[in-house]
Design a protein around this ligand. Structure first.
Ligand code: SF4
Length: 311
């Protein structure tokens, strides 16, 4: 057996920052510490923090007045900030700057009188947060069929934005459908799909032709991880999205297979290592790391924690 370890894989700059922020906040304020939504969409990470006394809530009303709350990497709507202020919470904003960029674009387009078509997945934390920036001026589309059903007249003043963790190829198709129906539509100056999503997808696309089976480390509710498994399946390879080596089933593999292993942007590297170790032990797998693209991105801690560190 041969393992191809895709690079880049795993943690992105936004997830690194959000995890560092939560650890720093725990050190500074102790437990219990509240986080609005899962800090990142990864079950093992959420469980690790839960064990340290972090309480994840989906409703700001569940945070005791005056307590500390940290906003997850996926961002929040202004209404959530208002509710936090009303409850006198100490809020720490660990929103990924690349999500904040989309919020800023939404505010700008809405201010300039555009109706915004957001391409994304209904109910995803990031989509809920972005739509909250201009709820009266934004509609969500998930696919080209939704574009065909849009109720706007042909000359409507429209702009589009996207969730950061979508499939690059599918999104290009939806944007093309929007531009065909509304040639005047304007978009962000640079893609909203983030560098980490794009690079992980590019690595799977490049390497999947050499693989018989693909293992993606990531949680079922992780958008970017699901897209990696989808790309592998679209290339005709069986792909399994798992949180940990404990979910591996030996009958997924033949002893002579080439196994492509990758990880979504919120999946920790120790779980990748455990998968590699299992395949080594069971099948004598040899490992080859293949780097498709280098990444040198990092984000600073949230302002609230940087101020604290200075004092
Ligand atoms: S996947 Fe992209 S947008 Fe999401 S946290 Fe990571 S860098 Fe930020």
């Amino acid at each position: 057996m041969k393992i191809i370890l895709a690079n880049p894989r795993g943690f992105c700059a936004g997830v690194n920052m959000a995890i560092d922020a939560l650890e720093a906040a725990l050190r500074a304020f102790g437990a219990p510490l509240y986080v609005y939504h899962e800090i990142v969409h990864n079950r093992p990470i959420v469980e690790r923090f839960r064990a340290k006394g972090v309480v994840f809530v989906d409703d700001i009303a569940a945070v005791p007045a005056g307590a500390t709350v940290l906003y997850s990497a996926h961002g929040v709507a202004p209404e959530i900030r208002r509710q936090s202020a009303e409850r006198n919470l100490r809020a720490i904003d660990a929103t990924c700057p690349l999500v904040t960029k989309v919020h800023t674009e939404a505010v700008r387009f809405a201010r300039e009188g555009y109706t915004i078509v957001l391409i994304g997945h209904e109910g995803h934390d990031e989509v809920v947060g972005t739509m909250g920036e201009a709820p009266a001026n934004m509609v969500l589309v998930e696919d080209a069929a939704d574009v065909a059903a849009l109720p706007f007249p042909p000359d409507a003043k429209l702009a589009y934005l996207t969730q950061t963790t979508l499939s690059v190829d599918e999104t290009a198709g939806i944007v093309a459908a929007l531009k065909t129906r509304y040639p005047q539509i304007v978009g962000p100056s640079k893609d909203d799909i983030c560098y980490a999503t794009q690079n992980r997808q590019e690595a799977v696309k490049d390497l999947v032709p050499e693989a018989d089976v693909v293992i993606v480390l990531g949680s079922q509710n992780s958008s970017n991880s699901n897209r990696l498994a989808e790309i592998a399946r679209q290339a005709g390879r069986p792909a399994y999205l798992i949180d940990s080596a404990a979910e591996l089933q030996d009958d997924w593999f033949r002893p002579t297979d080439t196994v492509l292993v990758t990880a979504g942007a919120s999946a920790p590297e120790d779980h990748v290592e455990a998968v590699v170790e299992h395949l080594r032990e069971k099948f004598g797998a040899e490992v080859e790391t293949r780097t498709v693209r280098e990444e040198h991105v990092s984000f600073p801690l949230p302002r609230e924690l940087r101020i604290l560190a200075r004092n």
